[in-house]
Design a protein. Structure first.
Length: 386
């Protein structure tokens, strides 16, 4: 076989069969980094699509969060509505089928002769505890807890064990037990501060006393409009809850302190209830309030809010107001104004209209209780009788 040769450097012959280079140098060759480059390209594409998918999911996740928040808000609104309608405890009653049986059994026990707890009475039902293994689908046990009071004023926790039938109904199995409620110590541990953290200061001036008495009189008058005027609330859509059945009241302020919303005062009210006597002393155990007073350092202070003792630092002007919706306001106030005006003008005692003629006419605008068509009516009656 003939050997292929190539002339190198013009003179030297290179034997290809012996491994010589046919072209002198290699122009192209397999690259060791091609696999790594392709992997990087593929990795970059995966990262890019991953980012695209992640960005696309952000609105979806936000929408889900919004929907969850709306659902939670809706549930809270429903719970608030139930509480406002006074039926927030429906679930509690449904979940405690042993309550009625336990209450009846405890009352029968207290009424037994001789009395197991002299002067005992049920103060409250304090809930129930499901025994281990409780299951609505089978007979189960519950512990029903009550607070009871004896004739000497000592308190106890009374507990009865009740068996609950999954078909409905319950039966008291054991009890009651009585566990004393700890009595408060008498070493002055509770303190005497009226408003903890707030230092009382300032004297109760005659003007403040007059303002407090004016508020108390309006608050116990049974007239919501009179109270709104007394506190200076200029919003006609506001109304107030008032006490009624009180013939007179004495108010006194004993201490004051300053807050960012005005001056607060501790007030005692001693009412006289209609048909009731205050006894030989002429005094009753007072009601206690905190009131918020504006312009307390002037000659014309005014009570603008009130609440339980201790609530003074949180009182805001007109916080007691109840806003009446416009559609209710238009229908609720008109009849009141229409019927009350003749009474006020005709007879301060409210009896003038009761003796008005019962003919076809209506009382005149002056509220005198007479009717213009009354005479023709009586004439026509006489003609008919003839």
């Amino acid at each position: 076989m003939a050997l292929l040769t190539k002339k190198k450097s013009g003179t030297e012959n290179l034997d290809i069969a012996d491994g010589g280079d046919l072209f002198g140098e290699m122009e192209t060759a397999p690259r060791a980094d091609l696999d790594l480059r392709e992997k990087n390209i593929r990795r970059g594409k995966l990262i890019k699509w991953g980012l695209i998918v992640s960005l696309a999911m952000i609105p979806v996740s936000c929408l889900g969060s919004v929907n969850a928040s709306n659902l939670a808000a809706s549930n809270q609104a429903e719970v608030a509505e139930l509480k406002a309608n006074g039926i927030a405890d429906m679930g509690k009653i449904e979940d405690d089928p042993g309550k009625f049986a336990a209450t009846s059994a405890l009352q029968s026990w207290l009424d037994a002769v001789p009395a197991p707890l002299p002067g005992g009475q049920i103060m409250s039902w304090d809930g129930s505890v499901k025994q281990p293994g409780y299951d609505k689908t089978k007979v189960s046990r519950m512990l029903e807890n009550f607070t009871v009071l004896d004739g000497a004023g000592r308190g106890y926790t009374a507990t009865l064990e009740v068996s609950v039938d999954p078909r409905g109904g319950a039966q008291v199995m054991f009890g009651p037990s009585l566990i004393p409620i700890p009595q408060a110590a008498t070493d002055g541990w509770a303190g005497t501060e009226l408003w903890p953290g707030l230092e009382p200061g300032g004297d109760v001036t005659p003007s403040v006393s007059t303002a407090v008495q004016s508020w108390a009189t309006a608050y116990t008058s049974g007239d919501a409009d009179a109270l709104r005027v007394a506190v200076g609330d200029g919003d006609s859509s506001h109304t107030y809850l008032v006490l009624s059945g009180i013939t007179s009241v004495t108010a006194s302020a004993s201490a004051m302190a300053t807050t960012k919303d005005g001056t607060i005062a501790r007030v005692e009210l001693q009412p006289t209830w209609a048909g009731r006597s205050n006894g030989s002393s002429g005094q009753v155990t007072p009601m206690i309030f905190d009131v918020l007073i504006q312009r307390a350092d002037t000659a014309a202070p005014q009570v603008v809010a009130w609440g339980a003792p201790g609530s003074g630092p949180r009182l805001k002007p007109y916080v007691n107001a109840i806003t009446v919706p416009a559609n209710v306001l238009g229908t609720a106030t008109a009849p009141s104004a229409e019927t009350s005006e003749p009474t006020k003008k005709g007879d301060p005692g409210g009896t003038a209209n009761t003796s008005a003629p019962t003919g076809t006419g209506s009382p005149s605008a002056s509220g005198s209780g007479t009717s213009t068509p009354a005479a023709p009516s009586s004439t026509s009656d006489a003609s008919s009788s003839n």
